[in-house]
Ligand binder design. Structure first.
Ligand code: 4AD
Ligand code: MG
Length: 480
């Protein structure tokens, strides 16, 4: 049967041509009463039931039908007599394609914790939860490309190896092929990166923004969608050391255009998954309800997953300035009762995730776009406001997530950006190519970065970012 063409289970489950002969290939989920095999081939989270005539089947062959084994069955599609499924297969031929030792296979037909599944990430694809999560992840990636393509944006591939630190935060992974035990040294004793592969010190990119700006200042509207890397030692459920980021950059756009683009993109993506993944979302909704049963009432979500997604896809995001947000936070109950870990006392402090979540989940109860942050807590490339204190920054905050988007209108005025770089000790010589956009035909422009995994986290209702990327990279975590 190996050579025979298979029909995907997803198609068969909607089939009513009873009596047709079909071949299914997949992995055994369960085998009950020596008779009922639940087979899954990944095409859907639902299994098809294959019924074996065990009295007329070789016993040794039946013994090999174990959880995890790859099998092929050929038989008649019939209307199911049992509950829970419309069709099943009356098996005429059964073949084991790949055995799976039931004693050793780590995935048993029972509930496993997400923590355990993370340790066997190479096998967790075979569970319904991860089947659903990675299908939604795929569709979100597709939806993002479709959104931008439909609007005439150009997908720009920015470099993964670079010599610059776009965010100026110094959280970079070095890329080198120098001999670690005996690197060449300059006269002053420091490692001589002139002798390194690229003739200078290089690192993995933290953001494609600077290069995207170069593209936008000629092509008009571009976006990147690629892996980015940050060596920040944040062991949280929202941070990865390797994550994917979408970074649109638009010429002749200001911060309002930028906020609108981000809001449109987010709503489009949520709607796309609502329209295309009803089964997966239903499953993920129930998974979340189940997970939250063990939590105290006040920690449970107010809306179920589907209601939340519909809500965010249809309501207008709240827009306010950082200064307004500080006022709200200062007078908030958790601040007065000293419930925040970081109390809000004065203007200028950076917002922590507890503050962001308070604004979104308790105060406004909807997605929030915060703008015009103090320049001191933002990157060098953001446009300075006339007050001289704040910049045209925006962060989009989502329920359960906190910051999902970070962006800004860019400082297009050469003298302003040079001054800011000087203040922040960012060597202008190294970024001469970036500053050339401000020297030759500069123009207002804006862009943002959407953290892809944070979007997947939001849409799937998963609670740990390590469960929405196939192979998470985080401090002390680089398995598989
Ligand atoms: O706010 P960030 O650092 O902004 C930038 O990198 C800009 N260059 C973007 C731009 O304007 N083109 O990161 C953007 C988003 C964050 O809002 C967050 O969603 C995500 O990237 N992000 C992370 N996601 C997972 N793990 C991490 N360690 C992340 N750091 C940022
Ligand atoms: Mg940010």
């Amino acid at each position: 049967m190996n050579a025979e063409k298979r029909t995907k289970i997803k198609e068969l489950l909607n089939e009513t041509a009873y009596g047709t002969e079909v071949t299914v290939k997949g992995w055994v989920r369960t085998f009950r009463n020596n008779q009922f095999i639940a087979i899954n081939d990944g095409s859907t989270i639902n299994n098809i039931q294959a019924v074996v005539d065990f009295q007329n089947t070789d016993e040794a062959l039946l013994k090999r039908v174990t959880t995890g084994a790859a099998i092929a069955v050929k038989g008649k599609l019939i209307e199911s007599a049992g509950k829970g499924q419309k069709v099943e297969i009356q098996v005429q031929q059964l073949e084991i394609l790949g055995d799976s030792d039931a004693e050793k296979f780590p995935l048993q037909p029972k509930k496993h914790s997400l923590e355990f599944l993370r340790e066997i990430a190479h096998l967790r694809f075979r569970t319904n939860t991860f089947n659903a999560v990675f299908k939604v992840r795929h569709s979100l990636a597709f939806a993002i490309h479709k959104f931008f393509n439909d609007r005439g944006f150009i997908y720009l591939h920015t470099p993964i190896i670079t010599a610059s630190d776009a965010e100026g935060a110094g959280e970079m992974f070095r890329v080198t092929n120098l001999d670690f035990d005996n690197p060449p040294r300059a006269e002053n004793g420091t490692v001589d990166f002139n002798q390194d592969f690229f003739g200078k010190a290089t690192n993995l990119t933290v953001s494609g923004q600077l290069e995207a700006e170069l593209g936008a200042m000629a092509l008009g509207e571009v976006y990147t969608f690629g892996p980015t890397f940050r060596a920040e030692n944040s062991n949280t459920s929202r941070h990865l050391a390797e994550f994917w980021m979408i970074e649109p950059e638009v010429a002749f756009a200001d911060l309002n255009d930028n906020a609108q683009l981000a809001e449109d993109l987010l709503k489009y993506c949520i709607r796309y998954v609502l329209d295309n993944h009803p089964d997966e979302l239903e499953f993920l909704k129930n998974r979340l309800l189940e997970e939250e049963k063990s939590k105290p009432q006040e920690e449970r979500s107010e809306m179920d997953l589907l209601t939340k997604l519909h809500f965010c896809a249809t309501s207008n995001f709240e827009r306010l300035t950082y200064t307004e947000a500080i006022e709200i936070l200062k007078h908030s109950a958790p601040n007065k009762k000293k419930k925040f870990k970081y109390l809000i006392e004065s203007w200028g402090v950076d917002l922590q995730s507890e503050h962001e979540r308070y604004l979104v989940e308790k105060h406004f109860k909807k997605p929030v776009i915060l703008t015009d942050y103090p320049k001191e807590i933002k990157a060098f490339y953001m446009r300075l406001n006339d007050d001289g204190k704040t910049v045209r920054a925006m962060d989009i905050l989502f329920p359960g997530i906190g910051e999902i988007v970070g962006g800004s209108q860019r400082e297009e005025r050469l003298e302003y950006i040079e001054k800011r770089m000087h203040e922040m000790r960012i060597p202008a010589e190294d970024l001469y190519w970036y500053l050339d956009t401000r020297r030759f035909g500069t123009a207002p422009h804006a862009g943002f970065g959407l953290g892809f995994e944070r979007l997947v986290l939001f849409v799937t209702g998963m609670t740990n970012i390590r469960d929405v990327i196939p192979f998470p990279r985080a401090p002390k975590t680089a398995e598989f």
